[in-house]
Design a protein around this ligand. Structure first.
Ligand code: AMP
Ligand code: ZN
Ligand code: FE
Ligand code: FE
Length: 281
């Protein structure tokens, strides 16, 4: 029998991933994952369609989401797990994020147009991968970057971020933002757990220190591109804080081609610890 492995961080066509929710679940099955959480950016749309499929394939599904938040003008990603997929608090928060994105994307497109790189919203929609199942999509900067490549403004997605739409670059717009505190609070109100995502991307130690004092429940200790040494640092923080240990690949499909679904994962013990905590809420 294969050892239990759960990948708790990946994206579908509901945000900026390449595979539809059902395709991703089939891929998880093919890659012999026992546990899965889909963590699309600011949406839980994927859960409308995969719960019966996971049960059918024997995959333990944990609900998840990756919320964008801002702390002292720095973008911080927060993972939420374990809420009910129809929970009103989470759904309302996702709806507010959807509004934020519409305005923010519009602002980015205006800045690009001012620099002689006009893109029509329809052109972005046209390049999105066509899903085998309908889902309302969250449009993000990776989609804008793909359109920029397609229109010949840049030669790669990386170049689009590096020159124009990365944070601190001339065509980036933050738009309205949600704080770390209110994101954690919303996840807690929905009876979920809040986890610091990919802590190696936190810009500096002062911010890390401040985040560690916030009421998180866990930290992502295993991640797509972490080296062994890196894991130890985050595991130590989890131990000190008595936080849950989570992990996942951050698989997106072709938009981040070097990361496979299941390349980072947690054990059955860590997965059960999360379930136990959720049951106690
Ligand atoms: P958004 O949430 O729309 O602001 O887009 C942020 C997403 O863009 C991140 O979660 C990544 O998936 C992706 N991203 C950020 N920086 C880069 C980059 N340099 N190259 C490719 N993708 C990136
Ligand atoms: Zn993404
Ligand atoms: Fe992220
Ligand atoms: Fe992610």
């Amino acid at each position: 029998m294969n050892p239990f492995r759960a990948d708790l961080h990946c994206h579908t066509t509901c945000s900026d991933g390449f595979f539809s929710p059902a395709e991703l679940v089939h891929l998880a099955h093919k890659n012999q994952l026992s546990g899965l959480s889909i963590t699309d950016h600011d949406t839980i749309e994927a859960y409308r369609m995969i719960i019966p499929l996971c049960a059918q394939l024997g995959i333990s599904l944990l609900t998840g989401v990756e919320f964008s938040s801002v702390f002292l003008e720095n973008s911080i990603h927060i993972l939420g797990y374990g809420f009910h997929h129809q929970n009103e608090e989470i759904l309302n928060f996702c709806a507010r994020h959807a509004e934020r994105r519409i305005e923010r994307n519009q602002a980015i497109l205006e800045l690009l147009a001012k620099r002689g790189m006009p893109i029509d919203e329809e052109e972005i929609k046209a390049i999105l991968p066509s899903p085998t199942q309908e889902c309302r999509r969250t449009i993000g900067r990776p989609h804008i970057a793909m359109a920029m490549v397609q229109k010949g403004y840049v030669s790669s997605i990386q170049e689009a971020f590096k020159r124009f739409i990365g944070e601190d670059k001339p065509c980036y717009s933050q738009g309205i933002s949600f704080t770390v505190e209110e994101t954690i609070e919303t996840i807690h109100k929905s009876k979920g757990i809040a986890v610091i995502a990919h802590p190696h991307l936190i810009p500096n130690n002062a911010i890390l220190k401040a985040l560690i004092e916030m009421p998180f429940d866990g930290i992502e200790c295993y991640y797509g591109t972490f080296a062994q040494e890196e894991n130890k640092r985050w595991l130590q923080i989890a131990k000190q804080k008595e936080w849950l240990v989570t992990g996942g690949s951050d698989f997106h499909g072709t938009t981040k081609p070097n990361i496979n679904l299941g390349s980072s994962w947690i054990s059955e013990e860590a997965f059960n610890a999360i379930q136990q905590r959720l049951n106690s809420l």
